[in-house]
Write a protein that binds this ligand. Sequence first.
Ligand SMILES: [Zn+2]
Length: 221
Amino acid sequence: MRSQPGTRPKSPAHAWQELQAGNARFMAGERIHPNQDVHVRHRLSGKQWPFAVFFGCADSRVAAEIVFDQGLGDLFVVRTAGHVVDPSVLGSVEFGVQKLGAHLIVVLGHDSCGAVAAAIQAVASNHMPGGYIRDIVERVTPSVLAARREHAEPTVWQVEHAHVRATCDLIADRSAIVTRAIERGEVAIVGAEYKLAVGQARLIHVIGDIGPGAQVDDGDA
Ligand SMILES: [Zn+2]
């Protein structure tokens, strides 16, 4: 268990290994709740050094610190419904990378995503929802269309995968700060798909270098 700031992951590969280990503990029902005691809370009161930026869906069942068994100061978390990107999201991600020195950006999608389902429904019915929910659906819709170009009749799971990949690519395309950090090998972006029932976060997309041992698993099951 990491308990000292000196043992913080210092590379994208190490950061992903740490997160995989935490997710495995969560899946097995063996969480160790690292970095959550009074000592850690006091030590972090004046400074933070999260090793990863999380950008995930706001879904109540996909809380990053829980499903990756991390603690205070470990993750810089940004969440929107359907992990849709806007300038505030990009600014937050850049802050985590440039100001806080995070080594990994994790885009976390999941199965049974309501935002993705709403976008699929909007495309099928040719009817957009009202209010600011429309903004969410409009930002997921390109991923529905991308999945339709890849598959004649894409499953919801295939659309969710397309949306995670598109979100990773969008962050890399839009943010020069992130792109330069990736080129220097200081940061990588990974896209992961979380399965609610089993609690597993599967690696489905990588931009940058997270080491030779990382296997992308982009199957449909
Ligand atoms: Zn969702």
